[in-house]
Design a protein around this ligand. Structure first.
Ligand code: FE
Ligand code: FE
Ligand code: ZN
Length: 277
């Protein structure tokens, strides 16, 4: 079963996202838990969440891959920014429990001149403060392109965060195809090798979701500019191999390509056509 979807606007609530997903033949989706560039979150509507759960069950949706705001930086040098990151994540994880057993993905952070080691330490500190044994949500660290001082630029950095987190069974990884490509992992010519490397360094059981994007830049560019499927340096064939790879089948696949909703619908149709059941 291919679980595929895209980013949807959360402004009208969960049920609206569920219905919009159905309209574009998606059976999972991503959404920002709060304004991606600001901080405010919508009041949780429990009835709306319950109605969404009905839709999700009826249509056998895969796991949702919620996305934390970009402004969240768990390893900022500024204590106030770190405090916001902790409070926002605590609050998001409470709201995630209205739709239990899904995923909450976040960018580990940017260490801004403090060095990756300090960054890793601060991110793990945040996770140790936030994660609880009761939560049903799995928090995903996103693989990053290595733009600027991003932490998570390679598998080793993600592993180091996981190793320093007490409740690491609440952690997983979301592999972004544009980001790993920009990070120097050749998923075009050596997807098997990249997945072997992932398995060796992190463990494939930690891989929970895929962000499926083409890249406007060549391998190792560390740029992070997403392209539409087939319009970048990764290309449609390599991305089709990703969704069909035996070790990746069944994971929720989220498109983050520069598209409007019709463009997403076309990409979903294209990828479904190129998926072998
Ligand atoms: Fe992301
Ligand atoms: Fe992504
Ligand atoms: Zn990106």
């Amino acid at each position: 079963m291919l679980y595929i979807g895209c980013h949807l606007s959360a402004s009208k609530g969960y049920k609206a996202m569920g219905n919009q997903a159905l309209e574009i033949n998606a059976n999972t989706f991503a959404f920002f838990t709060r304004n991606p560039r600001g901080g405010s979150a919508k009041q949780l509507d429990v009835k709306d969440a319950a109605e969404f759960l009905e839709i999700s069950k009826k249509h056998s949706f895969g796991k949702l891959v919620a996305h934390a705001p970009y402004t969240m930086n768990a390893c900022s040098a500024d204590e106030n920014i770190r405090r916001f990151a902790i409070e926002a994540m605590v609050d998001d994880l409470v709201r995630m429990e209205a739709t239990p057993y899904n995923y909450y993905n976040f960018h580990p952070g940017s260490h801004v001149k403090q060095g990756a080691d300090v960054g890793i330490e601060l991110i793990a500190q945040q996770l140790n403060e936030v994660l609880t044994t009761e939560q049903t949500t799995t928090v995903l660290l996103e693989t990053m392109a290595g733009k600027g001082s991003e932490v998570g630029r390679n598998f080793e950095e993600l592993r180091a965060i996981i190793d320093r987190t007490q409740l690491s069974d609440k952690l997983g990884v979301c592999l972004d195809t544009c980001h790993v490509w920009d990070g120097g992992y050749d998923i075009v010519n050596n997807l098997d090798g990249v997945l072997e490397e992932f398995d060796k360094v992190i463990g494939l059981e930690k891989l929970k979701a895929i962000h499926l994007n083409d890249s406007m830049n060549p391998l190792g560019a560390h740029k992070d500019r997403h392209a539409k499927i087939g319009e970048g340096h990764i290309g449609a064939d390599a991305l089709i191999r990703v969704i069909n790879h035996p070790k990746l089948r069944g994971l929720p696949v989220i498109l983050e390509t520069p598209n409007d909703i019709d463009g997403y619908a076309r990409e979903i149709e294209f990828l479904r056509k190129n998926y072998s059941e």
